[in-house]
Write a protein that binds this ligand. Structure first.
Ligand code: SIN
Length: 294
């Protein structure tokens, strides 16, 4: 496998092939183990903006190469659950249901609820990359919902009800619901809790690069809409969630060995559909920092 610093032997030729439906494209013919030149980087960047999730098949890349590619898009964020960071590479969060010697090797229930990565931070994620290491023979798909389209198709009375409002996001909103026998959710230390204080963001944000509006709430991390009575906030959020994840607003990613998937957390929310516990699933996630939503 080539080292990250080697130049590609010749200019890489690749295609961007949109999937059927609203969201997603496959980038065919690009080997991410080589650094991208500026022109190729710009094409990948544009595809990411246009399709919100891009898929690179059969990428035989090392953690260092995943980190180097991710860094082209911005500063990497280190996940608060330090227990599940790849040793020697804290930029990588291990997403896995595997238990070894009685201890989980990664975050086993990552993505159990619809969410946008790190929306509970003042600077939520621009995008995330997930690289498949081990895949189950059954299940384990990831669903993505287009939050631009969710806004565009939202009934006018709901648009009016949320425009200009803020919602609170909390890492701990559903944290304890993830606790189970495997203890995927270790008790947070005071230092960890200090890293995840709640934050308010606009319910409707403007994507800083494509200029489009997007809903920015999710069942995973949003607790309530600021300034509304609790029952009204709950009811409104439930309507937004149901609207966002209608089937024609979704892309389902069925993983293939060594897939690298790169999505835009400003445009999409996502959900891990899960797989039978006895089947091993392990992926490496890098998370790129975005800007403050407005
Ligand atoms: C995640 O939400 O980061 C993980 C998604 C998945 O495992 O499919």
């Amino acid at each position: 496998m080539p080292a990250a610093s080697l130049a590609a032997p010749s200019k890489q030729v690749f295609d961007v092939r949109p999937f059927d439906g609203q969201v997603g494209a496959e980038i065919v013919g690009l080997d991410l183990s080589y650094p991208l030149d500026d022109a190729d980087f710009r094409r990948v960047h544009q595809a990411h903006l246009d399709y919100h999730v891009v898929v690179f098949r059969d990428q035989r890349i090392t953690p260092e190469q995943q980190i180097a590619f991710s860094r082209r898009f911005g500063v990497l964020q280190i996940h608060v659950l330090k227990q599940f960071l790849l040793p020697g590479h804290p930029e990588i969060l291990i997403v896995s249901n595997i238990v070894e010697n009685g201890a989980p090797v990664g975050l086993g229930d990552a993505g159990k609820y619809w969410h946008s990565d790190l929306s509970y931070k003042a600077l939520p994620s621009l995008g995330s990359m997930l690289h498949a290491q081990e895949l189950p023979s059954e299940g384990g798909d990831t669903l993505f919902a287009d939050m631009h389209r969710a806004w565009d198709t939202l009934p006018k009375h709901l648009q009016a009800a949320i425009e200009g409002r803020q919602a609170v996001h909390s890492y701990t909103a559903r944290y304890s619901e993830g606790k189970d026998a495997a203890n995927w959710r270790p008790t947070l230390t005071p230092e960890q809790l200090a890293q995840v204080v709640t934050v308010a963001h606009p319910v409707v944000r403007i994507h800083p690069e494509n200029g489009r509006k997007a809903l920015f709430v999710s069942e995973g991390f949003t607790t309530h809409i600021v300034g509304l009575p609790e029952d009204e906030s709950r009811d409104l959020l439930a309507q937004l969630y149901a609207h966002s994840v209608q089937p024609d607003n979704l892309y389902r990613h069925v993983w293939q060995p060594h897939d690298m998937v790169f999505w835009d957390n400003r445009s999409l929310i996502h959900l891990a559909t899960g797989c039978p516990n006895h089947l091993r699933r392990k992926l490496y996630r890098t998370t790129i920092q975005g800007d403050a939503p407005y």
